[in-house]
Design a protein around this ligand. Structure first.
Ligand SMILES: [Zn+2]
Length: 429
């Protein structure tokens, strides 16, 4: 069966309604990324006539998605009207399920945070955790005073690989329960809002793509340091998740053949050496497991120059150099972005241990951008990135977003006129 993208490219012009919706999305996205911008500039950027842009702009203005900002003066002829994103044209909710903690934000279309909340998580069962996430979303709605029908969707970041609305928790002993739990359907049932669930590293990459480094880098790899280590890929401005949602899983890149056994079944995976877990393993002693070591203790050890931690940093740095070089060889990105929840003291030491980076092919092009860049919004991720998820998915070509948009839930959703203007039939169909 052909998907809608194949139809669009093989039979151009046969589906006028769809073409109109795609043009509206293109104009909305261009204004969102580049506004304030004139109709003439939009016409050149998108490849439509100025008249067509004017018609589409009026429709988007009526839907409350863009607005006239003012007039650009100082040029010859009539001053041109500038168009900008109407940040209040819609809102999204971002939820983050992290190790023993949940957090959430409600943001407008420009990513301004209207309400936020986070709390420690004592619940361990998937059903109870889903309920904690659902009530967090409902509380954010109540606190913000934003009407449910103004919400485009809920993005939820999880520490694992997502497939068909369930996910593989990255702590393998908990995988079985989670891999059978329909998190997307449950969140939709609890909130009545369309939900999307995605791996935390991909979500953080999407957030940086929309609100941070993405403004200067079209293609980048996001290294997400946490209890483990993950990666997210932005290629030509769009997230890439692979055939089964596992693209960018750098934690399981083998950096030492025959090395330490990893729960994934391989030996010598990067995560076994470069992660908060691996750092904690060096100081936990025989009476605790690494995840029982408080992060504060690791920071204190790092500050006091603990020899065990320094040795870990040196070894981890060498494996990280190999991983960085492999990512560059594979994707030739504009840059590699470093973020996540690793305390600054540990991260700085780790980055220092990778210096100098292994030789690269960068001499072949004239990029002046550094090979490694810190994330601009590391502290707000992944909740902010999760909030960016519904917007990023709305802007993707239909064939790329299908795996996110497919849903089994029968929950009636709140309709949304702004989404309808972008061709989503008001409930993302
Ligand atoms: Zn592994």
């Amino acid at each position: 069966m052909l998907n809608s993208m194949d139809r669009e490219s093989s039979l151009p012009g046969t589906n006028l309604t769809q073409t109109k919706a795609l043009n509206r999305r293109a104009v909305f996205d261009a204004v969102r990324r580049n506004g304030p911008i004139t109709r003439m500039e939009l016409a050149q950027m998108i490849g439509l006539t100025v008249q067509a842009i004017s018609n589409i702009a009026s429709e988007l203005e009526m839907a409350g998605l863009i607005r006239q900002q003012g007039k650009r003066v100082g040029q010859r002829g009539q001053p041109a009207v500038e168009l900008s994103l109407d940040a209040e044209g819609g809102y999204t909710i971002g939820l983050s399920l992290a190790y023993r903690r949940v957090s959430g934000v409600l943001v407008d279309l420009a990513g301004n945070v209207i309400a936020s909340e986070s709390r420690d998580l004592v619940e361990r069962e998937p059903r109870l955790i889903a309920e904690a996430l659902g009530s967090l979303a409902n509380r954010l709605l109540k606190t913000s005073g934003i009407a449910r029908e103004k919400i485009w969707g809920i993005g939820c970041s999880v520490p694992g690989t997502v497939e068909n609305g369930t996910f593989w928790y990255d702590k393998v002993q908990e995988a079985d329960e989670w891999s059978k739990f329909p998190l997307v359907a449950k969140l939709e049932e609890l909130t009545g809002i369309k939900a999307f669930v995605e791996n935390d590293a991909t979500v953080a990459a999407i957030g940086e793509g929309l609100y941070g480094v993405g403004r200067v880098a079209r293609s980048f790899f996001y290294l997400h340091f946490n209890l483990g280590i993950g990666g997210g890929l932005i290629i030509d401005g769009h997230p890439y998740r692979g055939a089964f949602g596992g693209a960018g899983e750098i934690g399981h890149m083998i950096v030492k053949p025959g090395g330490r056994l990893c729960p994934c079944g391989s030996r010598g995976c990067l995560e076994q050496y470069v992660s908060l877990y691996a750092a904690a393993e060096t100081i936990c002693g025989p009476t605790r497991t690494p995840d029982e070591v408080p992060t504060e203790e690791l920071v204190a050890c790092s500050r006091s120059g603990d020899a065990r931690l320094s040795a870990w940093q040196q070894e981890a740095g060498q494996y990280l150099r190999i991983a960085i070089r492999n990512v560059e060889a594979m994707f030739d990105p504009d840059t590699i972005v470093i973020g996540g929840g690793l305390p600054t003291e540990l991260l700085d030491g780790l980055i220092a241990a990778t210096t100098p980076l292994l030789p690269s092919m960068t001499h072949r092009h004239s990029s002046s951008r550094p090979r490694l860049m810190p994330a601009e919004h590391a502290a707000e991720m992944p909740a902010l990135g999760a909030a960016a998820l519904p917007i990023a998915i709305a802007m993707l070509p239909a064939s790329s977003s299908a795996s996110w948009r497919a849903t089994a839930t029968k929950t009636p959703m709140a309709t949304n006129p702004a989404l309808a203007a972008l061709g989503f039939d008001s409930v993302w169909q």
